[in-house]
Design a protein around this ligand. Sequence first.
Ligand code: AMP
Length: 218
Amino acid sequence: MAVTMKSRCVFLGAPGAGKGTQAKKLAAAGSVPHISTGDMLRAQVAAGTTLGRQAKGCMDAGQLVPDDVIVAMVVARIAEPDARAAWILDGFPRTLPQAEALDRNLSRASALSLVVSFAVPEPVLVGRLAGRRTCGKCGAIWHVQNHPTRRPGLCDACGGELVQRSDDRPEAVGKRLEVYRSQTAPLLAYYRDHRLLREIDADRSPDVVYQELLKLMQ
Ligand code: AMP
């Protein structure tokens, strides 16, 4: 179903909150770019670029890649022709300096329209991350219990092999949640103050969350 959506949206949430899944679906329905900084960094790692080599250490340790690196990457991406009018930013900003840099780079005419926060209790996040598997070929996201494939280890969509993200291993998950609490959660107050924040209870099925998201877009 084609969807009319707010033009420039930020999806905020802890790792495992489901923002990537929702962003992918909504962006496809609204024909707008889904800009995931995590996906962009993983593509750089896979391609073996200098940026990818720099980022990999931080990512595997569950830490954030330095602000200046990420900001430069996002500013270049939103200047591309397909992103002039609308986009969904997924996983960016993640720190206050990133949010301020984004504001500085958006003119009044191209300001943010909406920030959606996906709220999920921490024990649920841990379970989601531990069981998350990604198709190495098409990028589809599965879960060993909550959203299993018909053939274990193989993607239902394309038959590709499923892999666990290196930063979904237990050693990195605790660090990522701590980074979220200390560095990203303060953005909720920032965007609340800017009257842009809307919160969604994302501890529900993806379909229910998506329906709520569609209501917010109207
Ligand atoms: P994600 O796929 O959004 O969970 O991101 C995976 C990893 O990429 C994060 O744990 C960080 O190491 C890095 N990353 C993604 N987005 C950002 C960002 N906005 N700022 C800093 N690091 C990021």
